[in-house]
Design a protein around this ligand. Structure first.
Ligand SMILES: NC(=O)c1ccc[n+]([C@@H]2O[C@H](COP(=O)([O-])OP(=O)(O)OC[C@H]3O[C@@H](n4cnc5c(N)ncnc54)[C@H](OP(=O)(O)O)[C@@H]3O)[C@@H](O)[C@H]2O)c1
Length: 459
C-alpha cells in the first residue's frame, strides 16, 4: 500500500495523474520485479509519444495465448480400445490433499467401499504423509489412511516428479481417475508465475492419454476464469468459453488456460476430461474445521468486528451462492464418477460447483450482527464500510485484527461494481445437476451455518 502511495504521489508531482486501477497494490503484485513494473507504467506515462501503448491486460492476454498454444502442441493421439476405468476397486489419483478441499475429498474417498486405492500427490518430501494427520484431525476427518499412498510429486516434471522405482509406469497401469486439485490459491501473482502449474496440467493430460485405461481427468478450475463476465449477458453456460479477456487476475487467467487445455485435450486425445468451475467455497457444515480466515469474506467479518460496522450489501456478492466445503468435495467426486458409476462419455466439458439455492447477503449480515452483539453496532452501506476501512488503514491499524485493509482493493471493486449497477453473475448448473446428486440436493447457506463459521473464526 505504501509503495502505491509513494509511486502515485511521485507521478502526481510530475504532473501525471494516475488512477487507482492503474496503480493499485494488485498491479504491483502482478508486476513483481522493478523491470516488469516499469514496463507496465512506462507506456501509461508516454501515451501519444509514438511509444507502444500496449496495456498490461493486452500483455497478459498475449501471454495466455502463448501458454495455451505451447501446452496444447503435439497432444498425444487418441488410443483406441482402451478399457473403461473401474468403479468397483478403483484407484484415484488426487493432488493437493494437504489443502482444504483436498482433505475433504481424501476423507470421502477413504470412506468409499468402491475405492481400493488413493494416490495422494503432494509436494514435500513424504508426499504429505506427516502433515495429513493434523490437517484431518483439525477438521474431524478420517485418520485411517490404510488405502492411501502418499507420494512426493512435482507435476511440472514430465514424470510428475515421481522419480525412480518405476512408479510412473505402475500408476499408468492402475489409475482409473485423476482429480487435479492442487494449485496456488494466490490472487497476487501474474499468470506467468503459474506456468509450472499450467505445465503440470499438460503432464496429467499426457498421463491420462497414455494410461492403460480410459482414465478420467477432472481439473478443478474456478469461476475466477470468467471474472469479467457481465451479468447483462445472462447466466454463464456450462461450456467452453474462449474469451481470454474475461479472466482478470493472474489466478483466473491460469485457471482459464488450464481448463481450455483440458477441453482441447479431451477432443484431440479423446480422454474423458472435464473442468469444474468452482465458485467461492464456504466453510464446513460440521462444527470442526475452519473457513480460511484469510479469504475476503472472513477478512471482511473480522474487520467489521474491529470497526464495529458491517456492510449490509456486498455489490456483486449480494447473492450468496457458495457451497460448504464438504459438498464441493462430494460434488467434484460425483463429476469424476468416483461416487457413483458414470459413463465416461458424460465426463466432458464444463461443470459448475456453484449453489443453485441462493440466499441474500443481507440475511446473513443480520445473523452475523446477531452473533457478535454489541461488537457490531450497526449495519451500514458498502460505501460507508469501504470509507471507514480506508480511514483505518491510514491510522496505522492492527492488520491482524483488521485484515480487511489488505483487501481494500477487492472491496473497492465490489463498490465500483455496485455503483455501476453490475449485478450478480449466475452460473448455469443444469449439466452439473444432471450428473451430481449432491448438486441436486444442495440447500442455501443458512444463518445458522453463518453463525457456525463465526464461532470457528473466533474473531
Ligand atoms: N477456496 C476457494 O474458494 C476456491 C474457489 C474456486 C476454486 N478453488 C480451487 O480449489 C482447489 C483447492 O482450493 P483450496 O481452497 O482447498 O486451497 P488450499 O487449501 O490452499 O489448498 C491448495 C492445495 O494445493 C497445494 N499447492 C499450493 N501451491 C502449490 C504449489 N506451488 N505446488 C504444489 N502444490 C501446491 C497445497 O499444498 P501445500 O499444503 O503444500 O501448500 C494444497 O494441497 C484449488 O485448485 C483452487 O484453485 C478454490
Amino acid at each position: 500500500m505504501s509503495a502505491t502511495s509513494l509511486l502515485r504521489s511521485g507521478f502526481e508531482t510530475g504532473g501525471i495523474p494516475i488512477g487507482q486501477d492503474v496503480l493499485s497494490p494488485r498491479v504491483i503484485y502482478q508486476n513483481p520485479t522493478p523491470r516488469q513494473l516499469a514496463n507496465h507504467l512506462f507506456p501509461l506515462t508516454h501515451q501519444g509519444n509514438g511509444i507502444s501503448t500496449e496495456t498490461n491486460e493486452e500483455r497478459q492476454v498475449k501471454l495466455m495465448k502463448d501458454l495455451l498454444s505451447r501446452y496444447t502442441q503435439n497432444l498425444p493421439p487418441p488410443k483406441s480400445n482402451k478399457p473403461q476405468p473401474l468403479h468397483e476397486g478403483q484407484t484415484v489419483l488426487l493432488t493437493g490433499t494437504t489443502g482444504s478441499l483436498g482433505a475433504y475429498m481424501l476423507d470421502r474417498l477413504c470412506r468409499m467401499d468402491s475405492v481400493k486405492r488413493i494416490v495422494a500427490l503432494n509436494r514435500g518430501q513424504d508426499g504429505g504423509r506427516s502433515r495429513q494427520p493434523s490437517i484431518n484431525t483439525f477438521r474431524n476427518l478420517t485418520l485411517d489412511f490404510s488405502k492411501v499412498e502418499f507420494l512426493e510429486s512435482d507435476l511440472s516434471k514430465p514424470d510428475l516428479g515421481l522419480g525412480q522405482d518405476n512408479k510412473y509406469n505402475q500408476l499408468l497401469a492402475t489409475a482409473d481417475r485423476i482429480v487435479h486439485n492442487a494449485w496456488p490459491v494466490n490472487f497476487n501473482i501474474s499468470v506467468a508465475s503459474f506456468e509450472p502449474h499450467i505445465r503440470g496440467v499438460r503432464h496429467l493430460i499426457d498421463f491420462a492419454a497414455v494410461a492403460a485405461k480410459a482414465v478420467v481427468l477432472v481439473f478443478i478450475s474456478s469461476i475466477g476464469e470468467l471474472d469479467g463476465w457481465p451479468s447483462e449477458r445472462g447466466p454463464v453456460p456450462e461450456q467452453r468459453i474462449d474469451e481470454l479477456t474475461l479472466a482478470q487476475m493472474g489466478y483466473g487467467r491460469s485457471k482459464l488456460v488450464g481448463s481450455l487445455m483440458v477441453a482441447t485435450a479431451a477432443k484431440q486425445s479423446d480422454i474423458p476430461a472435464a473442468s469444474v468451475r468452482a465458485g467461492q467455497i464456504a466453510g464446513p457444515e460440521r462444527k470442526e474445521g475452519i473457513w480460511n480466515p484469510q479469504e475476503f469474506l472472513p477478512s471482511l467479518v473480522a474487520s467489521s468486528v474491529y470497526l464495529g460496522i458491517l456492510p449490509e450489501s456486498l455489490g456483486p456478492f449480494q447473492v450468496v451462492d457458495r457451497i460448504p466445503v464438504e459438498d464441493v468435495a462430494e460434488l467434484t467426486l460425483d463429476i469424476a464418477g468416483a461416487t457413483l458409476p458414470v459413463s465416461t462419455s458424460e465426463i466432458s466439458g464444463y461443470f459448475h460447483a456453484v449453489n443453485p439455492a441462493t440466499t441474500e447477503w443481507s440475511e446473513l449480515a443480520v445473523a452475523i450482527k446477531d452473533f457478535y452483539g454489541d461488537r457490531i453496532a450497526k449495519l451500514v452501506s458498502l460505501e460507508e464500510f469501504v470509507v471507514r476501512l480506508e480511514e483505518s488503514s491510514t491510522k496505522g491499524t492492527d492488520v491482524e485484527k483488521n485484515p480487511g485493509v489488505k483487501l481494500i482493493d477487492t472491496y473497492r471493486s465490489f463498490l465500483a461494481a455496485e455503483q455501476a449497477g453490475h449485478g450478480h453473475v449466475t452460473f448455469e448448473t443444469t449439466r452439473t445437476k444432471a450428473l451430481s446428486p449432491t448438486a441436486r440436493r444442495l440447500g442455501k447457506i443458512t444463518p445458522e451455518l453463518m453463525k457456525n463459521w463465526c464461532e470457528q473464526w473466533g474473531f
